[in-house]
Ligand binder design. Structure first.
Ligand code: GLU
Length: 443
């Protein structure tokens, strides 16, 4: 069976880092097995779902390179849900209830007060057809619960959490449909996972108890269950889900100069026993992706680490990947000379300015001015060849180390630090270098 995973966001907002991580893991799992990665827009909540969020979710996945092999929308599938629901009615696996939220809350409090687990008491199961008819005549519409089979223990081997066990006698029958006929998430998700041939459901551990109910729904619909894996949630460096992390999205990171490769390199390995490695491509990460390497402890997301990974990624990006983002005229040699000094691609423009624009050198001592005048005449013969220039100057002036190199760098770039001069000087070129040395040596 082809491994098929799905990422199923609800378009009620933009993706945050935690969602992106889940999407990436589903994508990696599918790619590892040469399988399919589906995008399912969970828009059963018509009130809160927005088209603009669908667009931004897709734009974020596209920017990350997480291409999907099929796309579905739950709002286009209500007919299928209705048909499957009728089967569950016929099989007696869903039932009508009328309790209001307040009534349910009261029942909960009573049970908790008696030290009992706050499980729905199934009072609605006692209603006769006459009772239902009377409710309908009074204009009451039922909501529906899924009838858990309390005689069957719920067990599965989670891809990350290992053997799981739930006792349905300790669970409430979940509400699957509201009084207005709209669907809650649980049942449509199961119907879709069956219809789409999903083999692996990977999602956050906040869904573990949903899985327990959903496994019985797969069974009630006569379908085989997919494999389930629940990953530990993402937390900030302070050990909890901070407000910033909870809303931190792809757009904000992109605006800060984070590259998709960096976000992928970090999120692919966060929470696993594998080291974060900026040298690995998405394909490499897919090939080495192992559910068994995930731990159960929360995965800590550190923005400072993301920026470090980003710098390491930028240092490796080939020219072809960045050419369209570079200033006019900045070629491959310039990119390769400059990239080791960048944290973000955007900073390349600053260094290109150092190469081609005007630079302001510091005021030099008379001794350094004489040295720079000497450098100017030496460069007349060596040309823009840094090793030749510095070797000749070392020879003639006896200078070495910082005294040899720093005034030259300052005069030629206006900076105390920066890219390797051997790579930078040819980019600055002979004529500009001569001008800059002359200015520094005489002013
Ligand atoms: N729409 C659900 C969510 O965003 C999907 C959960 C799932 O993957 O089944 O939480």
């Amino acid at each position: 069976m082809t491994v098929t995973t799905r990422f199923a966001p609800s378009p009620t907002g933009t993706l945050h880092v935690g969602n992106v991580r889940t999407a990436l893991h589903c994508w990696l799992l599918a790619r590892k097995h040469g399988g399919r990665f589906l995008l399912r827009i969970d828009d059963t909540d018509l009130e809160r779902s927005r088209e603009e969020h669908v667009a931004s979710i897709k734009a974020d996945l596209t920017w990350l390179g997480l291409n999907w092999d099929g796309e579905e929308r739950q709002s286009a599938r209500f007919g299928l849900y209705e048909a499957q629901f009728q089967k569950l009615i016929a099989a007696g696996r869903v039932y009508r209830c009328y309790e209001s939220a307040q009534e349910l809350e009261l029942k909960r409090k009573v049970l908790l007060g008696r030290g009992l687990p706050p499980i729905y008491d199934r009072a609605a199961l006692m209603l006769s057809e006459e009772d239902h008819a009377a409710k309908a005549a009074a204009g009451e519409t039922p909501h529906w619960r899924f009838l858990l089979d309390r005689d069957a223990q719920i067990e599965w081997t989670d891809g990350i959490r290992g053997p799981q066990h739930f006792d349905p006698a300790k669970m409430s029958d979940p509400v699957v449909r509201r009084g207005d006929g709209s669907w809650l998430y649980l049942l449509p998700s199961v119907i879709d996972d069956i219809a789409m041939g999903v083999t692996d459901v990977m999602r956050g551990e906040d869904h573990v108890s949903n899985t327990a109910s959903q496994l019985q729904m797969f069974e009630a619909l006569g379908a085989a269950r997919p494999r389930f894996s629940h990953e530990a949630l993402l937390v900030g460096t302070e050990g909890k889900l901070s407000k910033r992390l909870g809303s931190l999205g792809v757009a904000a990171l992109r605006d800060e100069g984070i590259e998709p490769e960096a976000l992928i390199a970090l999120l692919a390995r966060l929470g696993t026993s594998d080291p974060v490695d900026p040298a690995l491509s998405a394909e490499d990460l897919a090939a080495t992706f192992e559910l068994s390497h995930f731990g159960r402890a929360p995965a800590r997301f550190d923005e400072a680490e993301l920026h470090r990974v980003n710098a390491a990624v930028v240092h490796r990006l080939p020219y072809a990947r960045v050419a369209h983002l570079l200033p006019e005229g900045m070629g491959e040699a310039a990119w390769e000379a400059i990239r080791p000094n960048l944290e973000h691609i955007g900073e390349a423009a600053d260094w290109w300015q150092v190469v081609t624009g005007s630079v302001t050198a510091p005021a030099f001592s008379d001794e350094d001015k004489a040295y720079l005048a000497q450098a100017e005449s030496t460069l007349e013969t060596t040309g823009a060849d840094w090793p030749a220039l510095t070797a000749a100057l070392k020879e003639t002036t006896g200078r070495k180390g910082k005294a040899l190199f720093l005034p030259l760098r300052q005069a030629l770039t206006g900076m105390d630090h920066g890219p390797d001069m051997a790579a930078l000087l040819p980019l600055i070129g002979r004529d500009t270098a001569l001008e800059r040395l002359k200015r520094a040596g005489t002013h």
